[in-house]
Write a protein that binds this ligand. Structure first.
Ligand code: PLP
Length: 190
């Protein structure tokens, strides 16, 4: 059995910590997680944004991934999956009616969750098209076109999700921060 289900099994049924069938590595991880839970049990309430030691591990991973740029565990919110996280963020962002109704900018092609949640929340979908001839790259001129066009009918907001599904494109940090910077500039009235 791979490590992840082993740790899950140990956390959900801690009596297995005495079992010789589980490797010490998995037991060590499970004990650490259980110690961070109230009453040493996964059944207890955790901090709403997620168990502290798991957020610390996620922050350490992001810091390592981003070449040492520090990630703060207090800025990390654990959710039950990408869908839950995206839906929560969009619920926070979406508001208004008429011209102040929220338009949510999403890349096309998209993962269909985005259009579904936008429609469920009665927001407006604002498409920007990825550049197929350029390996589905993010094109800043296209972002600008989408913002400017949307601004005449809605208040555009951006849900930034660095995704390679379905295009296979993997953004490096540069085009993402570059595109996000321009978006903030244009949305603020330029
Ligand atoms: C871009 C994108 N968004 C959302 C999801 C949904 O993720 P989850 O199954 O964690 O809710 C996926 C799943 O593949 C995805 O690729």
């Amino acid at each position: 059995m791979p490590l992840f289900p082993q740790v899950m099994a140990l956390c959900t049924y801690p009596n297995l910590l005495d079992s010789p069938s589980f490797p010490e590595d998995a037991k060590k991880r499970a004990r650490r997680i259980l110690q961070a839970c109230g009453g040493n049990s996964l059944g207890s309430y955790s901090a709403s944004q997620g168990v502290n030691c798991i957020r610390e591990d996620v922050a350490a991973y992001i810091t390592r991934r981003d070449g040492g740029v520090p990630a703060d565990p207090d800025n990390i919110y654990l959710t039950t999956g990408a869908s839950d996280g995206i839906s929560t963020i969009l619920k926070i962002l979406v508001s208004g009616g008429g011209k102040s109704r929220t338009g949510v900018m999403i890349p096309i092609p998209q993962y269909p969750l985005y259009s579904a949640v936008i429609s469920e929340l009665d927001a407006i979908q604002v498409n920007y098209y990825l550049d197929e001839d350029n390996c589905w790259a993010l094109n800043v001129n296209e972002l600008r076109r989408a913002v400017q066009q949307a601004k005449s009918t809605v208040t555009p907001r951006c849900c930034a999700s660095s995704t390679r599904n379905p295009t296979g494109l993997c953004f490096t940090s540069l085009p993402v921060s570059w595109g996000a910077g321009w978006l903030v500039y244009w949305m603020s009235g330029h």
